[in-house]
Design a protein around this ligand. Structure first.
Ligand SMILES: [Fe+2]
Ligand SMILES: [Fe+2]
Length: 193
């Protein structure tokens, strides 16, 4: 197998780093989507007191988004918005947003990044918090998108009797979104500085 010439990065050559980039791309194509889907599947099991587990919640969220006519990226965002839950339970929204950021539009990234605080509108007042914490973002161009995402597809997706589509239905969509050219959409859709 090809290997670099160096043992310290500062000694590497352009050929070494071309090799590294090729290997990284190859590994990404082979594993990245599987690892992201693995984070989703890792939420199977514990219901944490809810009527369904967080895996079913995610599938239901995506199913609801799709049935409401959301575009593919938004359906994938609904499916993956909670993938940070098992490894970053105290900042799960940021983790999911960071993992998916290079493959999303700026708007969809922002919605995932902030869905935790917007979802708080539905329950934080019951646990000693401020349900209106999201008001700090009032006036932001994506405020309503994030409010709608939570209102229609996140806070509604805890119903054990809902006709939720299986993961196989969404998997091709996930693989298409994650195979996008990194940062292209992100840069094209970022607001002017
Ligand atoms: Fe969440
Ligand atoms: Fe959620």
């Amino acid at each position: 197998m090809d290997q670099v010439s160096f043992t310290r990065m500062e000694d590497g050559t352009a050929a070494d780093y071309a090799l590294i980039l090729r290997e990284e791309e190859r590994l990404k194509a082979a594993q990245f989507a599987d690892h992201v889907l693995g984070l989703l599947k890792a939420m199977q099991g514990p219901k944490l007191g809810y009527k369904i587990d967080r895996y079913q919640h995610s599938l239901q969220s995506a199913t609801r988004a799709e049935r409401d006519g959301a575009d593919e990226e938004t359906v994938v965002a609904a499916l993956l918005h909670d993938i940070g839950d098992t490894v970053a339970p105290d900042n799960h929204a940021e983790l999911a947003a960071t993992v998916l950021k290079p493959y999303l539009t700026h708007r969809t990234w922002w919605v995932i990044q902030h869905h935790g605080i917007f979802q708080g509108y539905y329950f934080w007042h019951h646990i000693g918090g401020d349900r209106n914490a999201r008001e700090a973002y009032r006036g932001h161009p994506y405020f309503q998108d994030c409010a709608d995402f939570c209102a229609k597809w996140d806070q509604t997706a805890f119903d054990p009797d809902y006709d939720t589509a299986p993961l196989e239905h969404f998997e091709p969509k996930v693989r298409r979104v994650l195979a996008r050219e990194p940062w292209r959409l992100w840069k094209e859709t970022a607001p002017a500085a």
